[in-house]
Design a protein around this ligand. Structure first.
Ligand code: IYR
Length: 222
């Protein structure tokens, strides 16, 4: 086996004109992604979920520590338990914990404490971040820029889901500790996002939203 510390990097060769076309196409394609709340119960092959997770796990991370774990759940009983626990927290959120302005901001989405998609979607991916790792002797190993790293991996995960023709919701029931318990995760892992994955229901509706134009999301220093 090679013990070289550095190896040559051979990037794909793309002509600048092709880059312009490809970047336009990529934006148009990504712009079609929407978070959905109405899923079909049509099954999704485990192999697709494996590939999506492998894609997400190519994300860059602080010191290449890859401080993430993707828990893929299709077990109906576990999905029901997750739904019940998430709805319990969200009931509290919607009835007492969320501010008036927050509830007002959520009105266009017509969300509430009920989360039927947690049982209907064929897969739930629960992403955990690892604040540290533990080696075989039980010694703690540091991770760095954990939130940034796991956020990047989740972005790639969503893109991979879209690329596979599937849909998702970045769901954040809060607090999420119940996920650590139900999935029996070790103490160095914190739940980061709960992402139902599947096909959109036939009659799926999404809010009519506009994305901010380039002028509002960029500043240029040329
Ligand atoms: N977690 C709650 C509330 C909620 C929060 C945000 I930020 C959203 O974009 C949508 C909903 C829920 O999932 O209902």
């Amino acid at each position: 086996m090679s013990s070289e510390k550095f190896i040559p990097y051979r990037p794909l060769q793309i002509l600048p004109t092709a880059s312009i076309y490809k970047s336009e196409m990529y934006h148009q394609w990504l712009d079609k992604r929407r978070s959905i709340r109405e899923f079909s119960d049509k099954p999704v092959d485990r192999k697709i979920i494996e590939n999506i997770i492998k894609a997400a796990s190519t994300a860059p991370s602080g010191a290449h520590k890859q401080p993430w774990v993707f828990c893929a759940i299709s077990d109906s009983l576990l999905k029901s338990e997750i739904k019940m626990a998430a709805e319990k927290e969200e009931y509290e959120n919607y009835h007492s914990r969320m501010s008036k302005s927050w509830l007002e901001d959520l009105k266009p989405f017509e969300t509430n404490w009920q989360k039927p998609f947690l049982e209907i979607a064929p897969w739930l991916i629960v992403v955990f971040s690892k604040s540290y790792d533990v080696d075989e002797y039980g010694k703690k190993l540091n991770n760095y820029y954990v939130k940034e790293s796991v956020g990047l991996a989740c972005g790639i995960l969503l893109s991979a889901i879209h690329h596979a023709g599937l849909c998702a919701l970045t769901h954040t029931p809060s607090p999420m500790d119940f996920l650590s318990k139900l999935l029996k995760r070790p103490g160095n892992e914190r739940p980061f996002l709960l992402i139902p994955v599947g096909y959109a229901a036939d009659q799926c509706m999404v809010p009519s939203l506009q994305r901010k134009p380039l002028e509002l999301v960029s500043e240029w220093y040329e």
